[in-house]
Design a protein around this ligand. Structure first.
Ligand code: MRU
Length: 365
């Protein structure tokens, strides 16, 4: 996507230095800054500290991290140790393990002398594949948008949670791919953006993206979604996923479940943009997904820009009050209207997933 007219992806190889470049998402929306990853520790930190975040981007960042490690030491021992190390950066998004497994499968049969070059090439292939997958989901999602728009007069009102935008992927986004495609093709749409406490990915990232692409949008407090649905002001909800299980349970950013409940109660379609890289065919029940617990400070404090442009963090809770910060929750499959995958829109069920991705089910068996 473009930032001030210049095309960007969220991660790329800087061929001059040979290192990996990223957009540092911890600085948005106040500053657009890129950062360099020089070694595997930089890559681990970038994922853990959420300079790069969003399930698909975490996977590709880990692949590049492994490539940086192979440049330093391409031995069998380092390949195995680095894959295990990178897998610890964040626990919930299955794309991390998926990308590392892919890299190991491609690199392990090669002699160490060939591994670094092939690792960078494979990471670039995974990045390109992510872009293609998101584009395909965009086309499938747009068909749903068009159908819903044809049933009403006036603009289509969409609600989204967290950031499943181009910043969460290599490009296009998952939930935002049909939004961008619809907007570009002249569909009259408007997006309600959940702020997404505690880290505010909606306010800081999704709103920033949509503003940069001229997509009509309105930022809302997380708690406003149910009210808007009751008043008929939301036509559909679309979110991303960090790990969808083989039965169609959807793990995504904390608060997604509450939106799904409200959507169900109000008859609002609830769609999940789920690339196959985010589907864990080895795990059946959503309650078994490991949920990342993050620091209390994300709940007790907030960071923002002052009127004169200084970035400051302030405490919003009484000193000493403990806080709990689960980063994700699980929406049961029964609350999901459909999964938008790169192979089409399917039911959130074990049978539909097995029909759409038989090779993945076989591999997981
Ligand atoms: O903690 P984050 O910001 O990495 O969480 C991101 C989300 O929950 C996204 O909705 C999910 O990764 C899908 S991204 C296309």
């Amino acid at each position: 996507m473009k930032v001030d007219g210049k095309p960007f992806r969220t991660i790329w190889r800087d061929h001059a230095s040979g290192n990996v470049a990223i957009i540092d998402q911890t600085k948005l929306p106040h500053a657009f800054v890129t950062a360099e990853l020089r070694d595997v520790n930089d890559a681990w930190r970038a994922i853990a500290d959420m300079q790069v975040r969003g399930a698909p981007l975490i996977g590709v960042a880990a692949a590049y991290g492994l490539a940086l490690a192979m440049r330093a030491d391409a031995s069998d021992a380092n390949l195995a140790a680095t894959a295990d190390y990178l897998a610890t950066a964040r626990p919930t998004a299955v794309n991390l393990a998926w990308a590392l497994d892919d890299m190991r499968r491609v690199l392990a049969p090669l002699p160490p002398s060939q591994r670094a070059e092939r690792a960078f090439a494979r990471a670039a292939e995974l990045a390109d594949a992510d872009v293609a997958v998101n584009e395909a989901m965009g086309a499938h999602g747009l068909a749903i948008f068009r159908e819903l728009a044809s049933c009403k007069n006036g603009r289509l009102n969409i609600l989204t949670h967290c950031n499943a935008g181009w910043l969460a992927t290599v490009d296009w986004g998952t939930a935002t791919a049909p939004i961008y495609k619809g907007h570009e093709s002249g569909l009259d749409l408007h997006v309600f953006v959940d702020e997404t406490r505690p880290r505010n990915q909606g306010a800081a990232l999704t709103a920033w993206e949509l503003a940069h692409h001229g997509v009509p949008h309105t930022l809302i407090a997380d708690n406003a979604g149910g009210h808007l649905m009751q008043r008929g002001e939301i036509d559909l909800v679309i979110v991303g996923t960090d790990r969808t299980t083989a039965s169609g349970d959807v793990c995504n950013k904390i608060g997604t479940y509450l939106k799904a409940l409200a959507a169900h109660d109000n008859g609002v379609p609830f769609y999940v943009a789920a690339p196959s890289s985010s589907i864990d065919f080895a795990l059946y029940d959503g309650t078994d997904v490991p949920i990342e617990m993050r620091g209390e400070k994300e709940v007790t404090h907030m960071t923002g820009a002052t009127e004169d442009g200084r970035i400051e963090t302030v405490r919003i809770a009484p000193e000493g009050s403990p806080a709990l910060n689960p980063a994700f929750d699980v929406t049961p499959a029964r609350l999901v209207t459909g999964l938008i995958t790169e192979r089409g829109v399917i039911a959130a069920s074990a049978s539909a997933l097995a029909r759409a991705f038989p090779e993945r089910v076989r591999a997981a068996a």
